[in-house]
Design a protein. Structure first.
Length: 135
């Protein structure tokens, strides 16, 4: 969840948002989709037909450069992005659990994943995410 928010947030937020929209994307996002038999991470962007390749190339280049920088320990300029990503994830979690139906859906999801004990630790785990965890 933190990685998704770190990479793309809103209209131009996240470390990939600027590259995606600068290359002509109309919409961009990232999602972590946990599952019982495996998890998926999805990076998506919508662009006019003529710009799809340009947007894909920009995202791949930016991801490659980001991975190299983080692997080398170069986190300069990313601290604010990571803090903002954590804040977005924690706010979404709080909002999702603010209603009885939201709490029920959340607990049902945890039950499906056999992760009921993770409910109370989630916020602490999000706060503990550091740059090595993003690789």
């Amino acid at each position: 969840d933190v990685l998704a928010a770190f990479l793309v947030r809103g209209e131009s937020g996240g470390v990939l948002g600027t590259a995606a929209f600068g290359a002509g994307a109309l919409e961009a996002g990232a999602d972590y989709l946990p599952g019982l038999t495996g998890s998926s991470f999805v990076l998506r962007a919508t662009a006019p037909k003529r710009s799809v390749g340009k947007v894909e190339d920009a995202l791949i280049a930016e991801l490659s450069a980001l991975a190299l920088r983080l692997a080398d320990g170069d986190t300069a300029g990313f601290s604010d992005e990571l803090a903002a990503a954590k804040a977005v994830v924690l706010a979404a979690e709080k909002s999702r659990r603010a209603t009885v139906s939201g709490e029920a859906q959340y607990l049902a999801t945890l039950s499906t994943l056999n992760a009921e004990t993770d409910a109370e630790r989630y916020a602490d785990r999000v706060r503990a995410v550091g740059f090595p965890d993003l690789l």
